[in-house]
Design a protein around this ligand. Structure first.
Ligand code: GLN
Length: 548
């Protein structure tokens, strides 16, 4: 039987519940326990797949093709395990299941209600992963903030589960904020007291209180929080601001979060947390030997969460290369033929981001051209890869009006076209080509050198694809398809043969980069960009490289 840890949030959103949950999971995993994390979101969308990135940040896609909350990305990056559809549940999905059952007649004769029908479905899903026998501990992060109307059924479900299960099988961790009032020169505990009281009124009493704070909590203050929130002093954990999210597991270990959780769950771990690899990574991250400037071209760049996995992949790849990756945001909508060179000046590498719709695509195409012509390391992801194909068709193959039918349905040269199986699809939710598919890599290609193997599997989220009618023309002119889906021939990777590093991928490699396994395309892209920086600074090295 698995044990269940619930993580709730109080006072305000954006306290980093996902990072605390992932850090606790990391510590328990590092002690030899089998851990997974799941997130329950109180919104009514069935999944975040139809949400605008401005609303909800990036949509993270799992191996099994679920469109999920970006916190699942943190879980995978921290734990180096795969999550799945079962790890992310929304109110919408719960109601959909219950309503479908009602239509099938499963509750015939009964009035279907929030309690017990919705809460029963929430509880069933909360226990699902725990019942597989694969995990010793299941951490459930409850989205939203305690006190929200929409999170009530989730808190009620936690209350019922605590009542149903043996006492030592559940623990509730409440994450709150201890604000510092400059005028009073004081840390204030009242919001925390209120939030714990609210949670208690809903029937759940936290066992552990994790306090986000900008200043260190004195022992007296911890005692005060403990007394008024009715927990033991050692159950008040300080979560000070960290320089990087990857430091949080180490901070939590110092505060004894894992120890107190184990005690409450009556679990005896076989060892102290084994974090030597993690700490090596942290060292490289915190003390880089060099730096590299990468341009991130996208249209959602005002919102960093929109490109979360890409930014984290840069961090992993930077540590591997012992350098700091400085990401410069380039808004694709504001790139013009006149300013593109200026906007990309001083960069050592260019990543053109995924996206949907026509806004900003011409800017992306201009940026690709600049990278291609100036031999700037280039990495295109999904829409970024499609833009690289369009740029090549227009400026190398001379097909000036080449486009994707997503942007111009009437284009005479649809080098990117809607996938056949997508042509009859009208519903928007969960209908893209989603999740992991195999890709076969051509021996001797750049992709082959990077991956070091011919068979890979990467995750997808798209409707359009490279139009194979044009492949011959592309390959004759120097852009090869170095990776394809073995079953359908769908082009997964394109690369330029006469360029130091120019690669575009139809899939999303950023979704599989973890601290322990940085994604190889990112690692090599950063390496190529470092090389570019070196050549830029020492022109003689560049000459030597070009003669080689
Ligand atoms: N809009 C493009 C498509 O659907 C690219 C999608 C993406 O970048 N994820 O094919």
């Amino acid at each position: 039987m698995a044990k269940y840890i619930f993580v709730t949030g109080g006072v305000t959103s954006s306290l980093g519940k996902g990072i605390i949950a992932a850090s606790l999971a990391k510590l328990l995993q590092a002690r030899g326990l089998r851990v997974t994390i799941q997130k329950f979101d109180p919104y009514i969308n069935v999944d975040p797949g139809t949400l605008n990135p401005y609303e909800h940040g990036e949509c993270y896609v799992t191996e099994d093709g679920a469109e999920t909350d970006l916190d699942l990305g943190h879980y995978e990056r921290f734990l180096n395990i795969y999550t799945s559809q079962a790890n992310n549940v929304t109110t919408g999905r719960i109601y959909q299941t219950v309503i479908n059952k009602e239509r099938e007649g499963a509750f015939l004769g009964k009035t279907v209600q929030v309690v017990p029908h919705i809460t029963d479905e929430i509880k069933r899903r909360m226990k699902l992963l725990g019942q597989t026998g694969e995990f010793d501990v299941v951490i459930t992060e409850l989205g939203g903030t305690v006190g929200d109307i929409e999170s009530l059924p989730f808190v009620e479900s936690v209350r019922q589960l605590q009542w149903e299960l043996p006492e030592e099988d559940t623990v509730v961790v409440h994450l709150t904020l201890i604000p510092y009032l400059k005028a009073a020169k004081e840390l204030k505990t009242k919001p925390t007291q209120h939030s714990v009281r609210m949670l208690s009124e809903e029937g759940v009493h936290p066992d552990i209180i994790v306090c986000r704070t900008e200043r260190s909590l004195s022992p007296e203050l911890k005692r005060k929080i403990a007394l008024f929130c009715n927990v033991k002093p050692e159950a008040v954990i300080e979560a000070a601001d960290a320089s990087t999210i990857y430091e949080v597991p180490v901070l939590m270990m110092r505060e004894g979060l894992d120890t107190i959780v184990l005690k409450k769950l009556n679990l005896t771990a076989t060892r102290e947390p084994e974090l030597s690899k993690w700490k090596q990574f942290l060292d490289k991250l915190k003390y880089p030997k060099g730096k590299v400037s990468i341009g991130l071209v996208g249209k959602y760049i005002e919102l960093q969460d929109a490109y979360k996995s890409i930014l984290e992949s840069f961090i992993h790849a930077g540590a591997m290369n012992e350098c700091q990756v400085q990401v410069h945001n380039v808004h694709s909508e504001y790139i013009t033929a006149d300013n593109v060179a200026e906007k990309l000046a001083g960069l050592d590498g260019l990543l053109v981001a995924p996206g949907f719709g026509h806004r900003g695509v011409e800017g992306k195409i201009m940026a690709v051209r600049c990278a291609r012509e100036n031999k700037l390391p280039f990495f295109g992801i999904c829409l970024g890869m499609q833009m690289a194909a369009i740029e090549f068709a227009r400026n190398v193959l001379g097909k000036e009006l080449a486009n994707s039918t997503e942007m111009d349905p009437q284009t005479p040269h649809p080098v990117i076209d809607l996938m056949d199986e997508q042509k009859k699809v009208t519903a928007k939710g969960g209908t893209m080509r989603l999740g992991a598919y195999p890709c076969h890599i051509v021996k001797g290609s750049l992709a082959h050198r990077i991956y070091g193997q011919e068979q890979i599997k990467e995750r997808h989220r798209h409707r359009w694809e490279f139009n194979n009618k044009y492949l011959d023309d592309f390959e004759k002119a120097g852009m090869m398809a170095s990776g394809k889906n073995p079953a359908t021939g769908l082009v997964e990777i394109i690369e330029l043969t006469e360029h130091p590093f120019f690669i575009g991928v139809q899939y999303h490699p950023e979704l599989k980069s973890t601290v322990e396994n940085p994604q190889p395309l990112f690692v090599e892209f950063i390496k190529a960009s470092l090389q570019h920086a070196e050549n830029r600074l020492t022109p003689s090295a560049a000459r030597a490289a070009s003669l080689r």
